[in-house]
Design a protein around this ligand. Structure first.
Ligand SMILES: C[S@@+](CC[C@H](N)C(=O)[O-])C[C@H]1O[C@@H](n2cnc3c(N)ncnc32)[C@H](O)[C@@H]1O
Length: 319
């Protein structure tokens, strides 16, 4: 069975939630655009999505100070490259402050994002060696070039985690994830993963209140449609947001607007109108929670960089 089919079975059987997030960024076309195009359009057009603008402002304001801690770094590893705006407004300002930098390694599940990043960097930073890895950094142990590496994981990707509706904060799983990334980067190297510490729920909900985000969240149903037999409609899904205070997470669900009976891989599914499935979680938790997880993973926090609204945090960890 393909990994996609297995993940979809786990979703519809209520075994797991939010684990399908990586498929949302798929390059295959949905109703109007592919998942990666929808993500790109969402962050470009939705003014309340402070997560991006605050992170850009934070990096641009703190790039010099961050660079001071990274003088000897020869290789920047960008875990989850994303679209050109992330590269141009967040990664390149940091690269510009890193004097010893020789190599940029981009890792992403989306080949489109990797290709675009390579072409942007060729023109903006022609002196760099460029390496692209089309892989899964949370589930694979990837071989990374370089010796003095610095890992960068922006866009709060560190906490893009699976969680079913109503479950508690996945502290132990984030610690495990940090340990895995630490082992790829190598002891003594720096790792900067951003996260969102905003706990003002109305502003969080506003940040995701966009039809494009809704199309992104439910877009996976177009991929399911290609494998499902019977009465399945990719259009019969709507986006619902649920604030889970125990988990510090806004849980994004695809909710069925009709009864649907379908099958694939000899499994039958009877989905009722109103039944919902978490396709992605967006976590928002205080700095103290991150500090305890980083310490649990054996990382030292050299410094915390925080935006002016005290929402986006960028800790400089030493592995
Ligand atoms: C939240 S976006 C952040 C993108 C960018 N760094 C930014 O700051 O806007 C997450 C990115 O990581 C990629 N991604 C998510 N999970 C991944 C995984 N397990 N392995 C590799 N790439 C992944 C996605 O394709 C997407 O480009």
């Amino acid at each position: 069975m393909t990994p996609f089919k297995k993940d979809v079975i786990d979703l519809f059987s209520g075994k797991r939630g939010g684990h399908v997030e990586k498929w949302l960024y798929s390059d295959t076309p949905r109703l109007s655009k592919s998942g990666s195009q929808l993500w790109h359009e969402f962050i470009k057009t939705h003014p309340d999505y402070y997560v991006l603008s605050n992170e850009i402002a934070l990096i641009q304001r703190s790039a010099k100070a961050i660079g001071k801690n990274l003088k000897n770094v020869d290789t920047l590893v960008d875990f989850g490259v994303g679209d050109g705006q992330a590269l141009n407004q967040k990664v390149i300002p940091l690269l510009n402050t890193m004097r010893g930098i020789k190599t940029y390694v981009g890792i992403d599940l989306s080949e489109d994002f990797l290709k675009a990043a390579q072409s942007d960097l060729k023109s903006h930073k022609p002196e760099l060696n460029l390496v692209s890895i089309n892989g899964d950094f949370f589930h694979e142990k990837l071989d990374l070039p370089g010796i003095k590496r610095m890992g960068l994981m922006l866009g709060s990707t560190i906490t893009n985690l699976e969680l079913k509706e109503g479950e508690e904060f996945p502290h132990a799983r984030i610690v495990k994830r940090l340990k895995h990334l630490k082992s790829m980067l190598g002891q003594g190297n720096h790792f900067l993963p951003s996260f969102d510490a905003n706990e003002d729920v109305p502003s969080i909900q506003k940040a995701y209140n966009s039809p494009i985000w809704s199309e992104f969240v439910t877009g996976i149903m177009y991929d399911v449609d290609k494998i499902a037999y019977g009465d399945f409609s990719p259009k019969a899904w709507t986006h619902e947001m649920i604030w889970n205070s125990k988990a510090h997470a806004l849980q994004h669900c695809a909710t069925s607007t009709a009864n649907q009976n379908f099958s694939f891989n000899e499994r039958e599914f009877r989905i009722l109108k109103g039944q919902r499935f978490v396709t992605v979680n967006t976590f928002k938790y205080p700095q103290s929670v991150f500090t305890s997880m980083a310490e649990g993973a054996g990382c030292e926090i050299e410094e915390y960089f925080v935006d002016r609204q005290a929402r986006i945090c960028l800790p400089d960890l030493v592995c």
